[in-house]
Ligand binder design. Structure first.
Ligand code: SF4
Length: 512
């Protein structure tokens, strides 16, 4: 084999060595039982036709490559935003390995979460013993201040009752009676990670707020929602609120937990909303959510206690940020400071500078409902056309909101939102009605190759590029970053299309 200790090859060049090529060719010939190449090509071409699109959109009982994850992932994410909190997922171990690896691969940080490791016996007799042992082990081994319990499919299918299980475990001495163990049932076969985020957040708020006396004050609670760019976004959010002089509490702040420094000390926990702040948040004047679909039940709960509530769609770009800042100003009575107003002007200036390259570009966008709304809104602001907008976890209400957004701009004509559809549907849409660019997560890199449509990675998860999440996309400053990301891709594409010497390079310009 060509690998040697003197010259270690990375897997990309290694698998191009003759020995590996031969081995892979033999594997294909002897074991894969593939149809002939021309048959494969013919079928692949047919799957890009209108005829296939109609069949694809007629399917009901099958999902192919959904752009969403299951509820407990959102529960683990939101719990990570509280001080010294360990996520405890009641159910099967493999599921929890998936949440940890998903978050670690995206944030390039270790992600801690434990499982009650239910197996066949627990599936038959119930998982109470797993809960009793699991909580005791978690408390003894990981020194948490709080353990946030959620569930996988398995625990939900057999109907394990978290409230009674946790109380039973406390009675058995797994954790002290007064130790904080909020919980949420997060059945993975309904909703998505955004539903799980909402359920777990509500579980934590209820744990601290239920039965307590409420004395409304002046501060504002902010719920960031499930967000792959949370590290950069939460810091930008705090910078904007600090500039405004607003008294606020971020309810679940994962910025430090998913961005620990390398300084010789391993931090299992870092930062997050303190337990005291979470308790005190009951007395806020208002709770605002940066993402409507991540917080429907949590906001209902806050409203039931007398707090003002409002939600946004991932405030990004001009109108999205305006809306958020004006609401904060209205509730707090604080003016939007000159510095933020200037940032707004700078973003508009940058958009105007690049207008010639942005205008009329067509896009396919996929991701969570609030992200897709925000991204489409920003694209419309740039004079682009968000033709295909898809959220697997979007519903009819979201589709109606999107239709209203499209109707608000001349560039929205011919744009359509697809709720409940997956990335295989998106492939049909893009194959039959091509667009210039695609915006979404790393999962679309195969669509990029298949349909030759450049992918701009701006949503969760981003596995194959590094560190994007450290920079904000919210606010005017974040909008500037999104704008640069779009433009870089547009210019890279233009360069690649004009690079042939003597043929197309009359447009391979040095200055643009
Ligand atoms: S869908 Fe169910 S089985 Fe799959 S990872 Fe989520 S909880 Fe586990």
């Amino acid at each position: 084999m060509p690998q040697s200790a003197e010259k270690v090859l990375d897997h990309a060049p290694l698998f191009r060595e003759p020995e590996y090529r031969e081995m892979l060719a033999k594997k294909k010939a002897l074991f894969e039982n593939m149809p002939a190449d021309d048959v494969v090509q013919k079928t692949a071409d047919w799957t890009k036709s209108w005829e296939y699109r109609e069949k694809n959109f007629a399917r009901e009982a099958l999902t192919v490559n959904p752009a969403k994850a299951c509820q407990p992932l959102g529960a683990v994410f939101v719990a990570a935003g509280f001080e010294k909190t360990m996520s405890f997922v009641h159910g099967s171990q493999g599921c929890v390995a998936y949440y940890r690896s998903h978050l670690s691969r995206h944030f390039k940080e270790p992600c801690s979460a434990v499982s009650s490791s239910m197996t066949e016996d627990a599936a038959v007799f119930g998982g109470l013993n797993n809960m009793i042992d699991g909580l005791a082990n978690t408390y003894a081994l990981y020194d948490p201040k709080m353990i946030a319990v959620s569930t996988t499919c398995m625990a939900e299918v057999i109907g394990d009752d978290l409230q009674s299980f946790i109380q039973n475990a406390k009675n058995k001495g797994s954790v002290p009676q007064d130790f904080d163990v909020p919980f949420a049932h997060t059945p993975a076969f309904v909703g998505s990670h955004v539903t799980g985020y909402d359920n777990m957040l509500k579980g934590i708020l209820e744990h601290f707020w239920k039965g307590q006396e409420c004395n409304p004050g002046t501060s504002i609670n902010i719920v960031p929602g499930f967000d792959g760019f949370a590290v950069g976004n939460n810091r930008e959010l705090k910078r904007m609120l600090d500039l405004m002089g607003v008294d606020y509490t971020i309810l679940s702040d994962v910025a430090d937990q998913f961005d620990t420094p390398s300084d010789g000390e391993y931090r299992m926990y870092d930062g997050g909303t303190t337990i005291d702040a979470a308790k005190a948040a009951l007395n806020a004047k208002a709770t605002l959510s940066m993402q409507e679909y991540c917080s429907i039940k949590s906001l209902e709960y806050a409203a039931s206690l007398g707090q003002e509530t409002a939600s946004f769609h991932y405030p990004m770009g001009i109108a999205g940020t305006d809306e958020f800042l004006m609401k904060v100003s209205e509730i707090s009575g604080k003016e939007v400071p000159e510095e933020l107003t200037k940032e707004r002007g700078r973003l508009i200036d940058a958009m105007a500078d690049s207008q010639a390259y942005l205008h009329g570009k067509t896009y396919a966008i996929f991701g969570d409902p609030d992200f897709v709304y925000a991204m489409a809104r920003f694209i419309l602001e740039t004079g682009g056309e968000p033709k295909h907008c898809l959220a697997t976890n979007g519903n009819k209400a979201w589709e109606a909101q999107m239709a209203e957004l499209f109707a608000s701009s001349p560039y929205g004509a011919g744009c359509k939102a697809w709720g409940g559809k997956d990335l295989w549907h998106l492939r049909s849409l893009m194959a039959t009605e091509p667009v210039d660019l695609m915006i979404g997560s790393s999962y679309a890199k195969y669509l990029e190759r298949d349909l030759d449509t450049p992918l701009i990675r701006l949503s969760f998860p981003i596995f194959d590029r590094h560190h994007h999440h450290r920079f904000p996309v919210w606010g005017y400053q974040g909008g500037l970053r999104v704008l640069v990301t779009l433009l870089d891709k547009i210019f890279d594409k233009l360069d690649s299309e004009t690079i042939e010497a003597g043929v197309t390079d009359y447009s391979y310009d040095l200055t643009r």
